[in-house]
Design a protein around this ligand. Structure first.
Ligand SMILES: O=c1ccn([C@@H]2O[C@H](COP(=O)(O)O)[C@@H](O)[C@H]2O)c(=O)[nH]1
Length: 338
């Protein structure tokens, strides 16, 4: 596949350096990679890897010391085994950076190793870091997470992320550096548009110039997304829209054609498959649905404990299967099955 060399727009002053490599010498569009994995797996489930140490399976916790480095080791081991369970079941994983960062350098190293392993196993890797800053600092974040830090090019990218979540609060000079690197390197972005948390509306729903703030973000995002559109018709620049606000999800789906939604909030936060339905298109594409606690810690559920006992991997696989079935039954995502 040829890289797209004509990525011009008001905020992309020239053609991007399409000669940059993504992997195996070819730059591919991140949205196209995600869509092809969704089609291959027949579902759009994202397993959220939020390794809360107190909830790790005892069998893993017991193998490691209880100090910070030990806990980071347990997190890494859990992530690795989890990836092994889900790699053949779902198209993507999302790492919540906070649960790794809280254990300092060892935690960050665990994130790096888990992300690289997920990528090796063919999963689309999203790092949920919600990064951003002023333009010049955003450039460093963008190089670090999506591109190539300054130094020895032959070392390759610092992070194995197909996509990163970013916060749009700083405006366009905090978005454009990410979009440029994403285009050059065949990486993706998910911009927070309407989050799933209870207080999401405190700022996102405020009316400015006749429409809510989240609509301002959405409308600009549609412009920024256009130059990153791939052959699938979807852009590598996506949006985070929570399952817990189905009305806004429906409104935003209509307002943002060609933008892939990363939908968190299914499961533990109360979002249901019926809520998610409005976020995807009639053919079942256009959205990926994240579930973290509901899958990772499925072995704590009494019904699954009864079926699987201490086999936490079996419980995880069963929870993934249930989510796939649930989405297939209550959303157009059922059409993704062959
Ligand atoms: O609006 C948002 C943005 C991000 N998240 C993140 O997604 C997962 C959700 O975890 P669950 O256990 O499935 O609730 C978590 O990493 C959040 O930080 C979100 O929930 N909402």
């Amino acid at each position: 596949m040829q890289p797209n060399p004509w990525l011009y727009s008001r905020e992309f002053p020239g053609p991007v350096n399409a000669a940059c490599q993504e992997s195996e010498g070819i730059v591919t569009n991140a949205a196209d990679r995600l869509i092809s994995r969704i089609r291959a797996r027949g579902n759009a489930v994202v397993v959220g890897i939020d390794p809360r140490p107190a909830q790790l399976p005892a069998e893993i916790r017991d193998r490691f010391a209880k100090d910070r480095a030990g806990i980071a080791g347990a997190i890494r081991a859990f992530g690795s085994e989890l990836i092994d369970v889900v790699a053949g079941l779902v198209p993507a994983v999302k790492f919540q950076s906070a649960f790794f960062e809280e254990f300092g350098p060892e935690g960050v190293l665990a994130l790096h190793e888990n992300a690289a392993e997920a990528k090796r196993r063919g999963l689309f890797v999203i790092i949920d870091g919600k990064r951003n800053d002023i333009g010049s600092t955003a450039e460093a974040y963008a190089r670090g997470y999506l591109g190539q830090p300054p130094g020895n090019e032959s070392e390759g990218p610092a992070w194995e992320a197909d996509a990163l979540t970013i916060n749009p609060y700083l405006g366009s000079d905090g978005i454009v550096p990410f979009a440029k690197v994403a285009a050059e390197r065949g990486r993706g972005l998910f911009v927070l548009v309407r989050t799933s948390n209870p207080s999401a509306g405190d700022f996102q729903d405020l009316i400015a110039e006749g429409k809510p703030v989240y609509r301002h973000v959405a409308d600009r995002l549609v412009e920024w997304a256009e130059p990153l559109r791939g052959e699938s018709g979807y852009s590598a620049l996506g949006a985070v829209v929570g399952a817990t606000y189905p009305q806004q999800l429906a409104e935003l789906r209509a307002a943002m054609p060609g933008v892939i939604f990363l939908i968190p909030g299914y499961g533990a936060q109360g979002g249901t498959a019926a809520d998610v339905a409005a976020g995807c298109n009639a053919d079942g594409l256009g959205a990926v649905v994240n579930c973290s606690r509901g899958i990772l810690f499925a072995f704590e559920r009494p019904d699954l404990r009864e079926r699987f006992g201490n086999d936490w991997r079996g419980a995880v696989a069963a929870a993934v299967g249930e989510m796939v079935e649930d989405l297939a039954a209550h959303t157009p995502m059922g059409k993704l099955r062959a």
